[in-house]
Design a protein. Structure first.
Lengths: 121, 105
């Protein structure tokens, strides 16, 4: 079964940086779009960013544009999220997720368990 | 694109028909998915392309709509359907989730 394991979360001060990683296994990583989504404890889901198979196309939610960078290393089957200028409202559990495309329709089909990012002084 | 999902929560009896709606701030064709999230679990896609049932998902779940107005229906609510349901659009590959609907018995 597809496996996605996030790491790199933690406590960071406002204005600080973190780099999240997602190790993917049991599927051909470079065949798939990948993405990050986040969820504040007890609250709803929020899409953060997507990246295509070779990293040439990247899309971000407005509130993280210019602060976060999604990237991938297909040789290492890994997805990354570099987060700079972190703010308190970035506090959430961050999930990496695989994107399935079928006849032009896209959805997240596998999710990791997430890594907690807490932005606080 | 903003997604307005309603209601935010509902309580229904086993066997009831349950309907959730999602309205997009602009035309998204049929680029809409519905997910189910149970406590402590990752979301699971139930419907993609607004109305296509994901393989293995019970037929009591259905979706309809296009453009800006979408509905998600559970035809006969079962105890295992207790969860939070989210719509999610992906026009132009920038995605947005609805606020979620918590379904309780």
């Amino acid at each position: 079964e597809v496996q996605l394991v996030e790491s790199g979360g933690g406590l960071v001060q406002p204005g600080g940086s973190l780099r999240l990683s997602c190790a993917a296994s049991r599927f051909t990583f470079n065949n798939y779009w990948m993405g990050w989504a986040r969820q504040v404890s007890g609250k709803g889901l929020e899409w953060v960013a997507n990246i295509n198979q070779d990293g040439s196309a990247r899309f971000y939610m407005d509130s993280v544009k210019g602060r976060f960078t999604i990237s991938r290393d297909n040789a290492k089957n890994s997805l990354y999220l570099q987060m700079n200028s972190l703010r308190a409202d970035d506090t959430a559990v961050y999930h990496c997720a695989r994107i399935l495309e079928r006849s032009g329709y896209y959805n997240f089909d596998y999710w990791g368990q997430g890594t907690l990012v807490t932005v606080s002084s | 694109i903003q997604m307005t999902q309603s209601p935010s929560s509902l309580s229904a009896s086993v066997g009831d028909r349950v309907t959730i709606t999602c309205q997009a701030s602009q035309d998204i064709n049929k680029y809409l998915n519905w997910y189910q999230q149970k406590p402590g679990k990752a979301p699971k896609v139930l419907i993609y392309g607004a109305s296509i049932l994901e393989a293995g998902v019970p037929s009591r779940f259905s979706g309809s709509g296009s453009g800006t107005y979408f509905t998600f229906t559970i035809s006969s609510l079962q105890p295992e359907d207790i969860a939070t349901y989210y719509c999610q659009q992906y026009d132009n590959l920038r995605w947005t989730f609805g606020q979620g609907t918590k379904v309780e018995i």
